[in-house]
Design a binder for this molecule. Sequence first.
Ligand SMILES: [Mg+2]
Length: 223
Amino acid sequence: MLVLFDIDGTLVHGLPEGHATAMTNAMRAVWDVPVTPDDVWGIRPAGRTDREIARLVLRGHGVADADIDAANAEWMDLACRMHAEVAHLHAPPVAAPDAAAVTAALVGMGAELALVTGNLEAIGRAKVAAAGLGHQFAPGGGGFGSDSEVRADLVRLARDRAQAGYTDDQVVVVGDTPRDIIAARAAGVRVIAVTTGAHDAAALADADAVAPHLTGVLTALQA
Ligand SMILES: [Mg+2]
């Protein structure tokens, strides 16, 4: 079994202020627009990839798609470097209370774990490491917002990068938004949603199962 974990609202709780600050500082530097983290919160970022978030924020400030695409690589690199500089100025990422136990239990069951997150890779891995969970997610695996703007692509990539081959029903996305569910469906795999992020059970009803916390995911997988 391959279990693909979202980060924000799933493995890690709380507002990612250092992350949003790094993204917007880098946007200001690259495109010379007066963006702030409030622009990020304003486009309701939950479940979106970082590149999609940047595009929506920049469009709101009148930047053309061609200009966004032309400097995207520069922005991603700068945002990751800025995150390393500003992360300590903000509240550190906090692991979901049961994240360590649940990831360890899954590994104990023989599952392979990977991240599928809209976060740019260096930022996402830094957040997971700061939350004390980095050892469960091997380098080289997973799918990240730096790989594609489209979340479903990240699920397919994580599957391609897995250490073993898995059939559709052996791959499970764990996430906290309808966008995680849509991405899993587009990639043809299962999805379990948790209500620890911005969405309640009714909003996540299209998942194969909905759980109030990660321990519930473990229960659903063992059922
Ligand atoms: Mg999330």
